[in-house]
Design a protein around this ligand. Sequence first.
Ligand code: UTP
Length: 420
Amino acid sequence: MTENPCPHTGFSASQQRQWPLLHSQLLGTLELGGSESIPESYLKQLSEEISSTIETSGMSKQETKARERIHQHLKHNIEHKLAGSKLYAFGSTQSRTSLGVGDLDLCLVVDGPSPRKILNKVRNILTELEMTEIEVIGRAKVPIIKFKEPETGLPVDISVNNELALYNTELIRAYADTHPMVRNAVLTVKFWASSRGINQAFMGTLSSYAWTLLALAAMQLDPNIGLPNLQKNADKNIIRLDHEYDVGYNSKTTFDWNPALNHASSFVAFIHRFVFHWPFQEDVLSIRNGGALSRKDKNWTQAEPEAFDLVPDSLDRRLGLHSMPIEDPFSLNHDLGRVLRPSGYLTIREEFLKAWVGLMNGNSWSELSKKENHNIIEEFDLFEELRSLSMNEVNALHQEVLDQLARAEDEGRTLSAQRK
Ligand code: UTP
């Protein structure tokens, strides 16, 4: 039990040090100035810094070519060996929202056996191609195989039949193409989130893709920007996967960017929204609906516990559903905030406040986007899902895993006997 947590917020002393601005906001003692006090000269200077960061952080021509070459090499070999398959690239490189880092995301589309069986075949092909550090992650929601291309060391992920990602990549690209400043604004948010260490879904914060959606939704909601909704009044384009999905949108849409807004003012507007109008109290963020959709209409009420209920001692528990709801534009039941851990949520709130305070203090872009690594993973309770089960259920699961292991060992023995 934590000693002497704050009687008003419940934060322990170390949590008060970890999330000081959030803590004082909860106490009602945090003073936040408004945008009107930000001098034009500062915005101009900041804008130049952001612009030069974005220009230099994009992917070089050589890197783009190297990625394309690796994609083509894998495509040629895998499509040849797996009849009827197609290997596509997706993610930020394809949507033109890449900061020049990150894996090469590929998606294999193929009819037939389960994704896990397909991945095992892909593993054999990759071994023949002398790829390194090959790892199949078959139990994930979207099963993937991870490996490295030996010459460049580039990490590559191949997922199977993850077609929605191909469609949402095209949608993000269409948004990035509406105006160069939209793309810049997305890159600015992604750069900030990545530098501040809050874009790691596997560590309990949000994916880069979720940050992209937040940046777009904020621009749709801002009357000074008025980014159009590309799904509004679009012709339906129904695809059938595990369910039917409407992936229609208006491509080739452009709009007039407000010339009074530069790189810095769009970033200020983004941070301002999440500091002063935290949208998730009443709404779900939804670019499909022009930025937001009421929780009531979406039927996504906030389930307990909230992150604030879990301080000081229960941050290793799961957050209630829809704590920071972000709707995927095509997979409408998918809440991208589902991956948040309580500490990840609190850290994101703190980072918004920190960015605002930094802007108020006239901090440079390198100070605002200083590298930070939050060590959230330590607070994971690895056995959480087992805790609500009875001992019999845990034993049954344990036996199931042992059976699977035994089967895998059998298969391994048979295969090596065949090889001899
Ligand atoms: P990332 O989160 O890696 O986004 O998802 P990104 O913008 O490519 O990240 P960086 O630039 O490498 O840092 C990659 C793609 O995976 C799909 C989307 O198509 C996204 O573009 N994706 C990701 C989903 O469809 N759903 C998710 O929940 C996450």
